[in-house]
Ligand binder design. Structure first.
Ligand code: UN1
Length: 497
């Protein structure tokens, strides 16, 4: 399908796509596919005020009823899966199967959140005082700002929005300036769910499109108590302290530098499949992408000798075509940075296999994925480059592998390939991986929504998606109820008047 047909199928009108100040390029061929309208910074106070009003109404809607809206959103997403997936491919350059996979991730979190809407459980706590009862209650927090990145332009919004909605919080969404069309498509889909729902307050979910000053208004407003931001560590380093300084709650999901330890007992065929998917899938532009391979020296040469030809045979090209496994990078600047980092790694003693522009592919930023054998974990290896570069390092002792693995500033995802249960278990202990996600015999990317998603250190500490991440969108209240006719004080304090 041509770009215009994809946009038409997603429900765009000419008016949506023309006349605005923000050009939108498809990484597939660099074509400008739309000029969309941007939100004015001057409009942000009104947008935030509207969200505050919506909060007053939404917070008292029973949570299972709020879940009904998310259930309807899940239905609408199912119906729009192909259309939205195609816009993800058009605007983010993902291969068709990954574009659809991202929409499936949205559907999955809808289902999760619907169930969760009936399980916003607090504890009942034994009181030390006679005739007293203690409990905790979870209440809605208020407007939730959601700042998302280009690489998962819709799924990350849905993780945050589905939980925020069932928790009673309105949402103001600022997508990446590179991917406003996927965001606008989501809003069209959500509108259909809102219409079927009937009586949701106006402004429950608002989209703001534009540059940093738009995001800044969300970051700085005390009327936006929760600010969830996904993107670079540099961005998080600015956003996090600003939100904290005004006593807001940041949920940060920042850079990763995800590693895999390959132990001597590893099933190498399985490891190779996992390595290739997690290192070159999404053209190396997932925050969970595999970037470091820490391989036992006894199998390192064999593994590299198998990986290099496997890499060379990967189909690179138009992400819409059947069989393509590697689509374009988001833009040429990313390809240039990849090349600069490969040059830097070579100057540090690295042996580079692959890299460079993929010839004969088209007008987008198509690159050959690269494997770089490194003599040590240098500064270049410790830096997250959002491109398909896989650094390979050797180890002799298991403890050395763990040390190398944890010896980077980021802490998102990690894994080990081993059939030795002692190593597998040790990797998951307090002295093992220091990441938010740690896997055994699975690559570091492609997490399911059921688990809490996020990581430590420079990754920012936030948790989104499954498990009890919903608690990040609510305030906890501890309640003590006295049903006796006495007024005993805790800790045995006497204060008779
Ligand atoms: C991201 O790259 O920001 O685990 C999110 C994964 C996906 C989510 C990635 N489920 O790779």
């Amino acid at each position: 399908m041509r770009h215009s047909e994809v946009l038409q199928a997603a429900g765009f009108t000419q008016a949506d796509l023309t006349g605005g100040s923000l050009p939108v390029r498809s990484p597939i061929d660099g074509a400008v596919v739309a000029q969309v309208a941007e939100t004015l910074a001057a409009d942000m106070p009104g947008i935030i005020a509207k969200s505050k009003e919506a909060f007053k109404a939404w917070r008292v809607v029973p949570a299972p009823r709020r879940g009904e809206l998310v259930r309807l959103l899940g239905e609408e997403l199912r119906a729009a899966k192909d259309a939205l997936g195609a816009v993800v491919t058009l605007e983010a350059g993902k291969i068709t199967s990954e574009g659809l996979g991202e929409v499936q991730e949205m559907i999955d979190i809808c289902d999760f959140a619907v169930g969760q809407s009936r399980q916003l459980y607090g504890l009942t706590i034994a009181s030390e005082r006679p005739g007293h009862r203690m409990m905790e209650t979870w209440h809605p927090m208020g407007p939730c700002g959601v700042i998302t990145a280009f690489n998962f332009p819709v799924a990350v919004w849905s993780w945050n929005t589905c939980l925020a909605l069932i928790c009673g919080d309105p949402v103001i969404w600022k997508p990446s300036e590179k991917t406003p069309l996927t965001a606008m498509t989501c809003m069209k889909i959500l509108d259909r769910a809102l219409e079927r729902f009937g009586d949701a307050p106006e402004g429950l979910v608002q989209l703001v499109v534009g540059g940093p000053e738009i995001g800044e208004a969300l970051v700085n407003s005390t009327d936006v108590p929760i600010l969830s931001a996904t993107g670079s560590t540099r961005m998080g380093g600015i956003v996090g302290p600003k939100v904290a300084a005004r006593w807001g709650r940041p949920i940060l999901e920042l850079g990763g530098n995800n590693g895999m330890i390959v132990a001597p007992s590893a099933d190498l065929d399985m490891a190779i499949r996992a390595i290739v998917f997690s290192a070159v899938g999404t053209a190396g532009q997932r925050c969970t992408t595999l970037r470091r391979l820490i391989v036992h020296n006894s199998i390192k040469d064999e593994l590299v000798a198998k990986l290099v030809p496997a890499y060379a045979s990967l189909p690179i090209g138009d992400p819409r075509s059947d069989g393509t496994l590697i689509g374009p990078l988001i833009d040429q600047a990313t390809a240039d940075r990849m090349q600069a980092m490969l040059d830097q790694a070579a100057s540090e003693g690295g042996t580079v296999h692959g890299g460079g522009a993929a010839n004969g592919v088209g007008d987008g930023a198509y690159v050959n994925p690269a494997i770089v054998e490194m003599p040590a974990q240098t500064e270049t290896v410790k830096t997250e480059t959002f491109a398909p570069i896989l650094y390979v390092m050797g180890y002799d002792e298991f403890d050395e592998a763990i040390e190398l693995h944890n010896g980077v500033p980021q802490g998102l995802s990690s894994c080990i390939f081993t059939l030795n249960m002692r190593e597998a278990e040790a990797f998951l202990t307090a002295a093992g991986s220091d990441c938010g996600i740690a896997n055994v015999n699975i690559g570091p990317s492609g997490a399911e929504i059921g688990g809490a998603f996020g990581g430590e250190k420079e990754t920012g500490g936030g948790r989104e998606s499954g498990s009890d991440a919903w608690k990040g969108y609510m305030r906890r209240q501890t309640n003590t109820i006295n049903y006796s006719s006495e007024l005993p004080l805790a800790q045995g304090v006497k204060f008779d008047i």
